[in-house]
Ligand binder design. Structure first.
Ligand SMILES: C[S@@+](CC[C@H](N)C(=O)[O-])C[C@H]1O[C@@H](n2cnc3c(N)ncnc32)[C@H](O)[C@@H]1O
Length: 541
């Protein structure tokens, strides 16, 4: 039990001293009258503990574990969100805050929505449940005339909570699901060995390589949002959640399959750096329940109400800017070439080399000689800023010509390269990715015949810019690393003509109409494969 006595202000302290509650039952009755909170103390033990900790008045508020994705909404923002909803004539009788934390949304909702009859708040961290109880007590002590809804606060995981308890009480009344769910991904949770996950663990059914490459990665906030839509979207009311833009994109993307009865969908962008000191793009996601399903969201600036773009589905195609997409949709198609990702070795210190007089230098600063047989120039995302590149800054050792090929027979014929790799064998053995398990020593990935095509058209997967670079050989062919995507060509003419087509202004506009610049990786293989280029391109419209 942790009572956050740092939040028991002098007012609360003197309230408990003055009231001199004799038992937890009389305390609960008195506190219910003052605050509307049902079962302020859940047990006798809670009550005794609070009495003791008020005597000691010690600081017991601990740091939140990372697994809880803990970014509490500040009071000002919570109030601004409630005012924003009220302006849309949203005035609920029931409020649900499924991960309520310190409860600034609950407090602001009480101040803003005068029709509130019932509030349900759920929170996994007990210290916040107590902090909220004290804040509510303080609020009602200061505002005894304020509207006093019945308040139920639960110390529980939203994934274990029995929502039937709430759904059975709604009875058609206007409701609002309001909040800001945890900002943490299942990948982070797995590194923390956390169990803070929905029961259906792989809820998007990502398998094998997708799970490894991150396609199966999802935000806990996303699973909580979908759970709320599953539970409540058929009720009368609204949904308003502060969530990452990537989560909003996924909700709208999945809406095609989920078909939730939601409409008037808005993505109101906020400044997450200013509000949460978090380097992510986030917005207030708002929609109306119990409506004919819609499949697009209007993007609006939260602070100025300036409308921006609309994102979502245009027939069977997903776009980041539906209006722009409609203008260029005749370019949508299937790329007849296969876009490839470059070479992956996860061993930069040993495999990323600089050429120096008479040899090479690695990332450890060591200088050595190698045979030239397996050495290739390699380009990284940051090398793809020009229209054409034919000179590498870095070199690498290509230990295989295809995935899984035995490495040792080739190396036996190259004593210097073999010795260099052997001396640094440990670095290869320590690579964390499971793709190297059971593969020959010094294995690399993203290698095949395509890697050795002389001409390439390439683009960085790390940046948001959509210009394509022509890569030409320089003595030997140049390779790309796994932060880049490319198509390989046998002739300069074909490579130049595809590059020119991709860099045409209308093609650039088209790509921008379905690229999500706030995604961690805006350029993906899926995106590139949608660009129908070349004479064999399959144009879909
Ligand atoms: C981003 S914070 C926001 C808190 C609050 N909604 C607000 O707007 O200030 C997310 C909250 O979710 C809580 N949380 C994390 N996992 C949870 C779970 N499984 N069930 C309930 N609450 C959870 C965290 O402790 C934290 O208070």
């Amino acid at each position: 039990m942790t009572f956050p006595t740092t939040h028991t202000t002098p007012k609360i302290f003197s309230f408990f001293k003055k009231e001199k509650f004799l038992s937890f039952k009389t305390a609960n009755a008195g506190l219910n009258e003052k605050t509307g909170i049902v079962n302020f103390f859940e047990s006798e033990e809670d009550f005794v503990q609070l009495q003791n900790s008020l005597k000691i008045n010690q600081n017991m508020v601990a740091e939140s574990p990372a697994e809880y994705g803990d970014y509490q909404t500040n009071k000002q923002l919570a109030k601004a969100v409630c005012e924003n909803l009220k302006k849309k004539n949203i005035n609920p009788k029931i409020l649900i805050e499924p991960t309520c934390g310190k409860g600034n949304f609950i407090l602001s909702a009480i101040e803003t929505f005068e029709n509130l009859e019932q509030i349900f708040g759920i929170e996994i961290q007990e210290k916040y449940v107590w902090q909220l109880k004290f804040s509510l007590l303080e609020y009602f002590l200061e505002n005894p005339e304020a509207n006093k809804p019945e308040i139920h606060l639960y110390h529980c995981s939203v994934f274990d909570f029995d929502f039937e308890h709430i759904t059975s009480q709604i009875g058609g009344r206007e409701m609002l699901v309001l909040g800001n769910p945890p900002w943490v991904t299942n990948a982070t949770l797995s590194t923390l060995n956390s169990k803070n996950l929905p029961t259906k663990r792989n809820f998007k059914n990502a398998k094998g390589i997708d799970a490894i490459t991150g396609k199966g990665n999802f935000d806990i906030g996303e699973s909580i949002s979908l759970k709320m839509l599953d539970l409540f979207s058929k009720e009368n009311g609204h949904f308003a959640f502060l969530i990452k833009n990537s989560v909003i994109k996924n909700i709208i993307y999945e809406q095609k399959r989920n078909n939730y009865p939601i409409a008037n969908i808005e993505k109101q962008t906020i400044n997450a750096q200013k509000e949460f000191n978090a380097a992510v793009d986030a917005s207030l996601f708002v929609c109306k329940f119990n409506s004919t399903p819609e499949f697009t969201a209007k993007e609006i600036d939260f602070y100025t109400a300036t409308p921006r773009v609309t994102l979502g589905w245009v027939n069977n195609k997903f776009a980041s800017d539906t209006e722009k997409y409609k203008k260029y949709q005749h370019l949508d198609g299937v790329c007849p070439y296969e876009w490839r990702q470059g070479i992956k070795h996860d061993c930069a210190k040993i495999m990323e080399l600089e050429r120096i007089d008479g040899g090479f230098r690695n990332g450890l600063g060591e200088e050595f000689e190698l045979e030239e047989d397996l050495v290739y120039g390699i380009l990284k995302s940051s090398d793809l800023k020009q229209e054409m590149v034919d000179t590498p800054r870095k070199y690498t050792i290509v230990t295989q010509k295809r995935i899984g090929q035995e490495t040792l027979p080739i190396l036996e014929k190259l004593p210097k390269t073999n010795a260099y790799l052997q001396q640094h064998k440990e670095y290869f053995l320590q690579r964390k990715s499971s793709i190297y398990n059971g593969k020959p020593l010094y294995s690399i990935f993203g290698v095949g015949d395509y890697s050795f095509k002389p001409y390439k058209v390439a683009i960085s997967g790390l940046y948001k810019q959509t210009r394509f670079t022509l890569v030409k050989p320089n003595g030997t062919v140049l390779l790309l690393d796994d932060t880049c995507y490319f198509i390989g060509f046998d002739t300069l003419e074909e490579a130049e003509s595809i590059q020119a087509e991709l860099n045409k202004p209308e093609m650039q506009e088209f790509i921008n109409s379905f690229m999500f610049t706030d995604a961690k990786r805006a350029i993906t293989k899926d995106l590139l494969m949608r660009v129908g280029i070349g004479k064999n391109a399959l144009v879909l419209f």
